[in-house]
Design a protein around this ligand. Sequence first.
Ligand SMILES: Cc1cc2nc3c(=O)[nH]c(=O)nc-3n(C[C@H](O)[C@H](O)[C@H](O)COP(=O)(O)OP(=O)(O)OC[C@H]3O[C@@H](n4cnc5c(N)ncnc54)[C@H](O)[C@@H]3O)c2cc1C
Length: 393
Amino acid sequence: MSHYDVIIIGAGAAGMFCAWQAGLRGRKVGLFDHSKKIGRKILISGGGRCNFTNIHAGPQAYVSNNPHFCKSALSRFTADDFISIVKKHRIAFHEKKLGQLFCDDSAEEIVAMLVGLCKSVGTHFQLDCYVDQVQQNQPSGFEIETNHGRVTCESLVIATGGLSIPQIGATGFGYKIAEQFKLKIVKPRPALDGFVFQNKDLAHYADLSGLSIDTIVSADGADFRENILFTHTGLSGPASLQASLYWDNGNPLSINLLPETNAFDWFCQKRKQGAKAEYKNLLAEILPKRFAEKFCSWYQPQSMPAEISDKDLQEFCEKLHNWQVIPLSTVGYKKAEVTRGGVDTNELSSKTMEAKKVPGLYFIGEVVDVTGQLGGYNFQWAWSSAFAAGEYV
Ligand SMILES: Cc1cc2nc3c(=O)[nH]c(=O)nc-3n(C[C@H](O)[C@H](O)[C@H](O)COP(=O)(O)OP(=O)(O)OC[C@H]3O[C@@H](n4cnc5c(N)ncnc54)[C@H](O)[C@@H]3O)c2cc1C
């Protein structure tokens, strides 16, 4: 039976980074993954260019039942720390927008860098590796049964991520291990996946598919100023993805369709100028024509713009600034970039990521109930939480 100081299950972003950190401390590390290919999620991230961090990464960009939990790890390994590693490896990158850093060429460079770092410290990769059983040894350590045989270790790190994109190997393994050791879980659910319209709304919105509008989308107290994109079934685009991280089932989304324009003042101005055009034609000056027509077919007031009372105009403009949509659901794990929820942070040390009740058992990355907004924050959590554990395992 082989013995390792540290076994990490999940050779994704967090798993590889932790393996390197632990290896730097001279620990003998086994990195196990059921996939035959390393870092598949990194490879598809950021449209193939991996948005590997965000220069504004900080606790404000994360959702968790305990918003303070991520502070310690994020402050001990920052976006700048990861950027300096990327620079050292001469990986060219650029800021796309809002502090989001992407590789100029390909996400493959990030995977190659992580694999190289792991190999430089002697990490033993075991791919195509299925873990059947995990057992705690007395007085310490773990015994793990896999399709490659039994192994033992002092520290066991669970870095198997969330449930998003099962097509490329996501599983609920981490949650199963947490349950086995009686650790609480915050109910996982898909996030950063946009919205599906209710059936009754589908017919209304279906022919808007492909249309993109600059908006502010608000959901459950969070506001995002970016585009929404109408799809055949609902709303996508960055503002919708961001809102889906905060949205709770049954609640409305409030969409400001004119974030740059005070609609009431704008229409008053038009009225003053004696504009005779219909609402849909006027609105088409500041919103896409297809949407303006649709919107007016739902909400157009009785009187023409030239004759409307201030009160009726206010009401119409309020709908433009606070258009309410109640989605049926978010899109689901097949499209979700992340899984919100996970291992309850109350069960873990924020300093080391070790389970308080189970010495030697660690959880890092997306499997933990810390979920970042769109824009490089989730990888930063993977690096920071992996660094925190890597210093102790
Ligand atoms: C399409 C898409 C695009 C994304 N783009 C970005 C982006 O640009 N920037 C950003 O910050 N975030 C992005 N994310 C989110 C980001 O990829 C994840 O948050 C991050 O990869 C989480 O790292 P992790 O190591 O915790 O989990 P993962 O990277 O998911 O790694 C988990 C590993 O565990 C393995 N595993 C799972 N179950 C088992 C099991 N039972 N036994 C053995 N091994 C197992 C998996 O094969 C995988 O290798 C994106 C996600 C998706 C789906």
